[in-house]
Design a protein around this ligand. Structure first.
Ligand SMILES: NC(=O)c1ccc[n+]([C@@H]2O[C@H](COP(=O)([O-])OP(=O)(O)OC[C@H]3O[C@@H](n4cnc5c(N)ncnc54)[C@H](OP(=O)(O)O)[C@@H]3O)[C@@H](O)[C@H]2O)c1
Length: 295
């Protein structure tokens, strides 16, 4: 029976959504620990039958413990549970951090628990509780051979699509996802700032469609699908952009250069070497050489 009962440690954005998704899949979330009184109260308000307990008691009577704390707290949570003799063969323990494999859960595994690092490749905003937000989402799974099928089954229960990431690939996996989500988002925010500086209102309406189209075509076609002045080897246009931005928006110019260097990195093999070298000079940080100066 306990296999269909779960506990959440750290009822924040993802912990809360996973608690709702587990409930929707037939697993009762019955215990919560960790975090502020306010975040635990929010979880209890949204889900009937959840008890607020001290961390050391969170694994009692449940088959699954979901650790959804900030990444840096996972290992300490596991240590406290193990020191309290709270984990054994009847438990599965997972964390949801992208950057870590199973290492922070090692002591739970030594205590006999099944362990897995599960990471949904999506972003979860504050207040999200609709389990359908996790439907069809790809989840990175890092687990030993004993626990792999159990971990995949758990992801399927949450409506997700599991794929295996080896322990030693986890940090690169997460760095890639950080680029694909945070950096793409930052490019959109920076473009909005630039449009507003040019007196163009309603930047979001203008940017969202072109950003979506660019993401879709690049995801499908890779570097060959990129477009724009860097791809065309058009140094004159890139210089004009920088000349227009740098004098009063030096930080935006720096972001333009950094993001454009990423474009250059992707398309350089297909560019004329001389054009590529000119662009590389233009896009270098000002301190890296006189040709990249903002003047
Ligand atoms: N949100 C996402 O989009 C997303 C996506 C994929 C993976 N993840 C992963 O999911 C995990 C949680 O991220 P999140 O975005 O949900 O973070 P979050 O909203 O900040 O939630 C973290 C929760 O842990 C609690 N907490 C903080 N320190 C703790 C500690 N030392 N011991 C126990 N509980 C503690 C927090 O309490 P307070 O509210 O009181 O601070 C909060 O309830 C992270 O590993 C993150 O990498 C998040």
């Amino acid at each position: 029976m306990s296999a269909r009962r779960a506990a959440v440690v750290g009822p924040g954005r993802l912990g809360t959504l996973v608690a709702h998704a587990l409930t929707a899949s037939g697993t009762s979330v019955v215990r919560v620990a960790g975090g502020s009184d306010a975040s635990r109260a929010r979880l209890r308000e949204g889900l009937a039958g959840v008890r607020d307990v001290p961390l050391e008691e969170v694994a009692q009577g449940v088959g699954l413990v979901v650790i959804a704390t900030p990444d840096a707290a996972i290992e300490a949570v596991v240590d406290r549970l193990v020191r309290a003799d709270a984990l054994d063969e009847s438990h599965g323990v997972v964390h949801l951090a992208g950057v870590h494999g199973t290492a922070p859960l090692r002591r739970a595994g030594l205590a006999g628990a099944r362990i897995a690092a599960l990471h949904p490749a999506t972003t979860v905003p504050t207040g999200a509780s609709d389990p359908s937000l996790l439907h069809g989402v790809a989840w990175a799974v890092t687990a030993g051979s004993r626990d792999r099928s159990w971990a995949h089954e758990l992801v399927h229960d949450l409506g997700g699509d599991p794929f295996d990431v080896p322990e030693d690939a986890r940090v690169r996996y997460h760095a890639a996802l950080a680029l694909a989500s945070n950096t793409v988002g930052a490019a959109v925010v920076t473009a909005g700032l630039l449009l507003r500086s040019a007196g163009i209102a309603d930047a979001g309406r203008l940017i969202a469609p072109i950003a979506h189209a660019s993401v879709d075509t690049a995801a499908a076609g890779g570097a060959a699908a990129l477009t724009g002045p860097v791809v065309r080897g058009d140094a004159a246009t890139v210089r004009a952009h920088l000349d227009a931005i740098a004098p009063d928006l030096p930080e935006v110019a720096a972001a333009y250069r950094a993001l454009s260097r990423a474009v250059l990195l992707a398309v350089r093999p297909a560019l004329d070497p001389e054009a590529a070298a000119t662009l590389a000079q233009l896009l270098a940080e000002p301190s890296a050489g006189p040709s990249g100066a903002d003047a």
